[in-house]
Design a protein around this ligand. Sequence first.
Ligand code: GLN
Length: 282
Amino acid sequence: MTPTVVQLLSQARQCLAERLQLPETEARIEAQLLLSRALGGVSRAWLITHEQDTPALDQHQTFESLLERRLNGEPVAYLLGQREFFGLPFNVTPAVLIPRPDTEILVETALALIPDQQAMRVLDMGVGSGAIAIAIAKNRPQTQVVGIDRSEAALEVAKANAEALDAPNADFLLSHWFSSLGGEEFDVIVSNPPYIAAGDPHLAQGDLRFEPSSALASGTDGLNDIREIVAQAPGHLKSQGWLLLEHGYDQAKKVADLMRANSFIEVRSVADLSGILRVTLG
Ligand code: GLN
């Protein structure tokens, strides 16, 4: 007997909860997302109103293969090729870090420093999918945002996202941190750089196993890239400009000290939704 939508969902939910130890709600949502995709992109609401439908054999097989890959640990965002960030749908590939809700506080903090009607210049270092740069560009149409990355593959994803999301004020450039940037000075520099210590066991768990390690790990204490950015940023900022960095849950004080040691003033840290100091600016 061919299984119905509701049967497929309930089996998948159980497997996901057991094998990946996902909480019930997450397992249910992931099962719905994977089935929606296998059925050609129907909405989750459609699934609920078509519980007794029996998907065609090829749709059933597509669903089984997506589920199998998910059970082997592949992140849902890569399987769907998409993740929402700051209310915008971003395309993602394994060449880029999956945008995290934690990072929305970085965008919010940057937006608070960029007045609505002013034509500012903003630099996003290590753009990946372009999530931060494009979220800023969409919310501040007068502002010009430049996104750099050392990965050609990441820049392609970012450019395609800017095009699909209609953000003509976001431009992208191949550069390893400041190496290919000229003498231009920016009003705001933002970055969610790699900041995990190379030996951190989290790198061998969950989604992180499938994400580019060049976007996650940064030397023995996780601060190699942040040190480089903080040291060089003053040469690329206007005198009243701001540097904003996302960092690990226990790095706020170290990043603030680094900024002060590099002549930044008004240094402070901002907490994310979980109350963790996640962004430091100066
Ligand atoms: N916040 C991410 C995580 O811990 C890491 C992102 C990063 O290194 N920039 O999963």
